[in-house]
Design a protein around this ligand. Structure first.
Ligand code: NDP
Length: 252
């Protein structure tokens, strides 16, 4: 655990499941105040109650990051409850593979709007908080959860990989805006991790293929990624881990 997290005020998107849920739980257990954003209210309420029962401070905020009005309302709810935040974990994402030749504009739009534009909406909502925290001499972090798919080409995952490559490059580029103001920006790129991410795949062949990958190698857990995020944001303020790739040992 990372005791330095106790002073932090965090927003975690995609906190309803997987890595976001694990990260929120880690932050809450360490004493950080943590706002939980996602669409599934019951999941968020249950996690907030669990964190509170363990003595932590959590706020469930139902939000759809593809909807600007929803993000605006969520930012207001977070600010009303906690004031400015100093740690933003842009973790929400969707993965909808299919051959590009199938022409699934519905899926492309959803992935781009969630994985890239959604992340940007969150940056827009909380950027001023981060620079303010840094100006006060406090740690300030933007963590973007990208993917190994931003570097490695997986058949039928072209658009997902493109959104993640864009997110990794956005993270690198944002350092030129935020770094000089002492706000760290980090991209975390996990490999195969056991979460609900594959649950939205509507192509039976690709669902089975992903299941085969999980059967073939021991995947990372959501807790593994939460731990990496906790580590990243508790380095000395002048140390910015820009780019971390974390793979299961057996994943090439
Ligand atoms: P999950 O599907 O478990 O988590 C994704 C989360 O994003 C959910 O909590 C979901 O909640 C939320 N979400 C999706 N769409 C929206 C939206 N429009 N608005 C708000 N929240 C949304 O999968 P993971 O934990 O694996 O995914 C976390 C991140 O990790 C993603 O960005 C993913 O691309 C990335 N990643 C995952 C890998 C893996 O192998 N699992 C590997 C590399 C990267 P809700 O549906 O309630 O909105």
């Amino acid at each position: 655990s990372y005791p330095a997290l106790a002073t932090r005020t965090a927003v975690v998107t995609g906190a309803a499941s997987g890595m976001g849920e694990a990260t929120a739980r880690l932050l809450g257990a360490a004493g950080a105040r943590v706002a939980l954003l996602a669409r599934r209210t019951e999941r968020l309420d249950a996690l907030a109650a669990e964190i509170a029962a363990a003595g932590g401070r959590a706020l469930a905020v139902t939000a759809d990051i593809t909807d600007q009005a929803s993000v605006d309302a969520a930012a207001k709810a977070v600010h009303d409850a906690f004031g400015p935040v100093d740690l933003v974990v842009n973790n929400a994402g969707v993965m909808l593979p299919n051959p590009v030749a199938d022409g699934r504009i519905d899926e492309w739009t959803r992935m781009i709007d969630t994985n890239l534009t959604g992340a940007l909406r969150i940056v827009r909502a909380f950027a001023a908080d981060l620079t303010e925290a840094a100006a006060d001499g406090r740690p300030a972090d933007l963590v973007n959860v990208s993917s190994i798919a931003s570097h490695v080409a997986f058949p039928d995952y072209a658009v997902y990989g493109a959104t993640k490559a864009a997110l990794t490059q956005l993270s690198t580029a944002l350092r030129t805006e935020f770094g000089p103001r002492d706000v760290r920006v980090s991209a975390i790129e996990p490999g195969l991790t056991d979460t609900e991410l594959g649950g939205h795949i509507d192509n039976p062949v690709l669902r089975e293929q992903l299941g085969g990958m999980f059967a073939a190698i021991p995947a990372l857990t959501a807790d593994d990624i939460a731990d990496l995020i906790g580590y990243t944001v508790t380095r000395p303020r002048h140390v910015n881990l820009r780019h971390l790739v974390a793979l299961p040992t057996r994943q090439a």
